[in-house]
Design a protein. Sequence first.
Length: 388
Amino acid sequence: MATYPKIRIGLLPRIVLAIILGIVFGQVLSLPWVKVFTTFNAIFSQFLGFMIPLIIVGLVAPAIADIGKAAGRLLLMTVAIAYLDTVVSGLISYGTGSWLFPTMVENTSHIAKVEEAITIAPYFSIQIPALIDVMSGLVFAFMMGLTIAYADLPTLKKVFSEFQEVITKTISKAIIPLLPLYIFGIFLQMTYTGQAYRILLVFIQIICVIFVLHVLILVYQFCVAGSLVKKNPFKLLWNMLPAYLTALGTSSSAATIPVTLKQTLKNGVSEGVAGFTVPLCATIHMSGSAMKITACALTICLMEGIPHDFATFLNFIMMLGIVMVAAPGVPGGAIMAALAPLSSILGFGSEEQALMIALYIAMDSFGTACNVTGDGAIALVVDKLTKS
């Protein structure tokens, strides 16, 4: 009997299909059917809220424990530069967005305002309180990670490594597979209440801006690196093109490490520094992700009247750079980790979080490509500083 290979549909096509079907069925389904999916979304959002602090603990604590064991000048230098670049990228995104996005949002205000939309109540809801709040989870993760790293506690490290596996499996086997249905429900409800068209119109424009932004961030990174090492920044960036294209195709920082390492060596970085910084930066350097998340979050704030002053977003971006540590190892990990500051600092609810997830995944490969290509610039800077 002939066997046929299973056809696997990636997450991005499923998310796109969910959005399309949500818009289509939102125009034809009656209210009782819409409420069925609203009920599922209400339960799923409670589960997501329960998981957010656990995701922080499960991803951040083991990551800090692993980083800390290699303590030294090279480690501290690389971590500081990667974090600073992630924050700067987020601030560039916020600055650009504050300049361009209000006009884009205002131009669609005549269509349908989110705050005027009809509220569809679920048939029933289930309360799933989080075991700890987000900030408690973050402080606990740092406390345990640093203690494990500096007190050398192998048993506790194994416990947290296994807990990390629990969280990773929960994300990949429960949350990610259900995300398309959750996003379908969100767009179904938004279409039924008349919000979907405006949101899509705004975000098509925002995606174009984000694409240009991620190119500009790469140019800025390599101009800084090139000025330090006295080399042509555009030639250095061109040499990293294979890593960029690999990340664009795989959407994985980890899978791109061999190519990133090879091209970093081609740019003249010493073997020891390249071998240390490239794998480490694949975990901690998230400039492209920070840029995307900041831009999308700012847009949602503008659309829904959520406070978006500079102090609030500076706090958000600085926290974002911390919570995304080790996120590249998990499918959709960066946006999953970002849900914590999105809810605790910006006050995003379940609907705003669902929009963030859909938009992030839609542009996932571009953010990953920006992250790993920028790793080559950081390696150049670290190599220069270690020789000076």
